[in-house]
Design a protein around this ligand. Structure first.
Ligand code: 4AZ
Length: 260
């Protein structure tokens, strides 16, 4: 999500977020999760791409059972299920694997676009999807891992904050380290009290999630720990990526997976 500093950049580059990955542009460069490397869907088979009908990628997500994807509320606000497609089982967001329609969506009614609390939502797929080597359901973390735990964030989002206007076609991954919300809100980092208890941070110098990774998975010990949510820019010093905290939001996810 764009916040404060990000808003200025957003103004500077116009309606960039809306055209991410699709518009040809004069500053074209390869993009990816900041500081990451090419990976495969087989290494992260729970990762999905949320797409428009046109095939443009707009957010990530994680498959949690045969027909449910967890993503960020801010990826779903103002959207219609009938206008979203999900690509699963492909290293490249633009081809391969399965492309499935969405039957319904919901996001946490406590989600606030001001504070970004409760940034969690669900999609019900129009088809049931079986597990394969390239498609797997991921377990939800029951507890937030301790600060310092290694975690991996993946996605087809931007490689850098300025002048990275196209998205990588190949899935990117990067290792970052958990920072629990209270510590993330401490003077050690730059956010202060805007980091709240439904959030968990993850940090590593010069490595981060970025625009287009939103909604995607932060995974530790083979469990979904976080949902890419927001940050001040990407990979800036002492400004961790901020994620929706799956352990805190787990009861909501389980309840609404049934009600969806
Ligand atoms: C975004 O705008 C976004 N560096 C996602 C993640 C981060 C920043 C922005 C974290 O979707």
């Amino acid at each position: 999500m764009f916040r404060v500093v990000a808003i200025l950049v957003c103004l500077a580059v116009g309606a960039w977020a809306g055209t991410i990955g699709v518009a040809p542009n004069p500053f074209e460069r390869e993009g990816r999760i900041v500081g990451g490397e090419d990976t495969t869907i087989r290494a992260h088979p729970y990762q999905v791409s949320l797409q428009k009908k046109s095939g443009s990628h707009f957010c990530g997500g994680s498959l949690i059972n045969h027909n449910t994807v967890v993503t960020a509320a801010h990826c779903l606000q103002g959207q219609k299920a009938s206008k979203i497609w999900v690509r699963l089982g492909s290293t490249t967001y633009n081809e391969g694997g399965l492309r499935v329609a969405v039957e319904s969506l919901i996001y946490n009614d406590k989600y606030s676009s001001q504070t970004l609390q409760y940034d969690v939502g669900l999609l019900r797929l129009a088809e049931s999807v079986a597990e394969t080597e390239d498609i797997r359901y991921i377990e939800l973390a029951k507890e937030t891992p301790p600060t310092g735990t290694a975690a991996v964030v993946t996605g087809w989002g931007s490689k850098c904050y300025f002048w990275c206007m196209t998205l990588p076609k190949v899935l990117q991954s990067v290792v970052v380290y958990i920072v629990q919300w209270k510590e993330c809100a401490s003077d050690t980092y730059k956010y202060g009290d805007i980091v709240l208890d439904t959030m968990v941070c993850a940090y590593e110098k010069k490595k981060d999630a970025c625009q287009g990774d939103s909604g995607g998975p932060l995974v530790a010990n083979n469990q979904l720990v976080g949902i890419v949510s927001w940050g001040y820019g990407c990979a800036q010093t002492l400004t961790p990526g901020v994620y929706a905290d799956v352990a805190t939001l787990r009861d909501w996810i389980i309840e609404y997976t049934e009600k969806l």
